[in-house]
Design a protein around this ligand. Structure first.
Ligand SMILES: C[S@@+](CC[C@H](N)C(=O)[O-])C[C@H]1O[C@@H](n2cnc3c(N)ncnc32)[C@H](O)[C@@H]1O
Length: 278
């Protein structure tokens, strides 16, 4: 057999350079990183390996897999959907097209939760739980709390259940439109509800996320304001409402909640935490 007939298998550094160029031309904001994540995931190695062995050849099977994923990524499908998971607060959460991709800015909700003296606090509900990343992280960081995960989407709740089981977090799950089907009282409500106004500029990647998880009327504030009002009957006196919103929405949301007997507890980055003091 003439050696010239053998298919040319690229080495790691050449494939990375080529993939990164394609991604960059498609306007992907972090082309080098994305190319490395795609290759390292498909080779079942970490990214350090790619730099340690730049001349190593990529086998045929891996090559067809990575090339296929690059094609998908060029259509701006987020990496988290291509691989089916996303890390949040140091743990891996399964995600699907029915769940929002957990965002790093939401981790501040867990940081704030850990600043609350939980001695007299017994339970917490996560409204709009999606993948369950917030409520499950809350349970795993504060194991003494009884935690309930809730969402209006049954498909999202199925994924939240899978994540709770995988991460061994004992939680209750309930389908509800905000607090409409919630009969218990809670000490803490956490919520990353949809707060994007349809007119805002967005990355093309968000087109693959569920509209139900992104958009809200009234400049994005409709669901949050509704939750503030409903929380009055669900929170125990002195209880906490911790919500995520765009920082530009914060001043009007703080005014709205303050007029309804909520007191600002902490405002940090995307997160506002209130106490309900009737
Ligand atoms: C921005 S996503 C947040 C998901 C997850 N908590 C996170 O931080 O990644 C908003 C979630 O709220 C849910 N949702 C939308 N409208 C709702 C409503 N009226 N009642 C309860 N959940 C709702 C969506 O299904 C979605 O899972």
């Amino acid at each position: 057999m003439n050696a010239n007939w053998l298919p040319q298998m690229p080495v790691i550094k050449d494939w990375l350079a080529d993939a990164s160029l394609k991604l960059s031309k498609a306007g992907i904001p972090s082309p080098d990183l994305d190319a490395e994540i795609i290759l390292s995931n498909c080779m079942l190695k970490n990214r350090t390996y790619l730099h340690a062995y730049p001349e190593a050849k990529i086998d045929t099977e891996t090559l067809s897999k990575v090339d296929e994923i690059i094609e998908q990524r060029l259509k701006r499908i987020p990496l988290a959907y291509l691989f089916g998971y996303k890390e949040f607060y140091g743990r891996e959460f399964q995600i699907t097209k029915d769940t929002l991709i957990p965002r790093p800015e939401s981790e501040t909700i867990i940081d704030i939760l850990k600043q609350i003296n939980t001695d007299k606090i017994s339970n917490l509900i996560d409204i709009g739980t999606g993948s369950g990343c917030l409520g499950i992280s809350a349970k795993l960081e504060e194991p003494d709390l009884d935690v309930t995960l809730s969402d209006v989407s049954p498909e999202a709740l199925e994924i939240a259940k899978i994540n709770a089981d995988r991460l061994k977090a004992t939680v209750d799950l309930i389908e509800s439109d905000l607090l409409a089907s919630i009969n218990n009282k809670f000490d803490i409500i956490i919520a990353n509800l949809p707060y994007v106004d349809k007119d805002w500029a967005r990355s093309p990647e968000t087109n693959y996320e569920p509209s139900l998880a992104l958009f809200a009327d009234n400049s994005g504030k409709q669901l949050i304001e509704k939750l503030v009002i409903q929380s009055i009957n669900t929170l125990n006196n002195g209880g906490y409402l911790i919500i995520e919103a765009d920082p530009e929405q914060h001043p009007s949301l703080i005014q709205f909640a303050t007029e309804k007997s909520f007191k600002l507890f902490i405002q940090q980055d995307y997160i506002i935490a209130f106490r309900y003091l009737s």
